[in-house]
Design a binder for this molecule. Structure first.
Ligand code: C2G
Length: 130
């Protein structure tokens, strides 16, 4: 079977997240999703996600196209995660275009266009000002 791997925070889960999960699944037979840890988000963005890693893992693992989830604890471990889960394809949104080309020696690397006009940041802004 062809295994697809994708990564994300998936905080305040929205339709842009759903679409990338659905499109990623079409690249293989099995979809594995790395959900980034609370501590990793704090390191990257100096704030914690709205939803905890346990809640985000619960949401993503319940999606029909998702076969397996795991916690992504470090950005530096991408190669290990890809090898461990025997990924044939890595799918990422094109906000990461080019950033994971170094893994083309072990799997296919695909960047998909983001769903326009929706983001966690914009949602938080919208909710807090209406
Ligand atoms: N996404 C999308 N369209 C949007 C918003 C997000 O296609 N309107 C995609 C992103 O491109 C990404 C995935 O949804 O592929 C998850 O997005 P985020 O939760 O913002 O993920 P990020 O914080 O970029 O985490 O190791 C990398 C990180 O874990 C990626």
């Amino acid at each position: 079977p062809r295994t697809v791997l994708t990564f994300g925070t998936f905080d305040v889960f929205h339709v842009g997240h759903l679409r990338i999960v659905q499109r990623a699944a079409e690249y293989g037979d099995r979809l594995v999703v790395g959900v980034s840890a609370d501590a990793l988000n704090f390191k990257k963005k100096s704030r914690y996600p709205v939803f905890s890693e346990d809640e985000r893992l619960a949401i993503v693992s319940a999606l029909k196209p998702v076969d397996e989830v795991f916690l992504e604890e470090s950005l530096e471990l991408k190669r290990d995660y890809l090898l461990k889960h025997q990924a044939d394809v890595l799918v990422m949104g094109d906000d990461w275009a080019g950033r994971f080309d170094e893994f083309k020696d072990i799997c296919e690397v695909v960047y998909l266009p983001r769903t326009p006009a929706i983001s966690t940041t914009a949602l938080i802004e919208k909710i807090s000002t209406t």
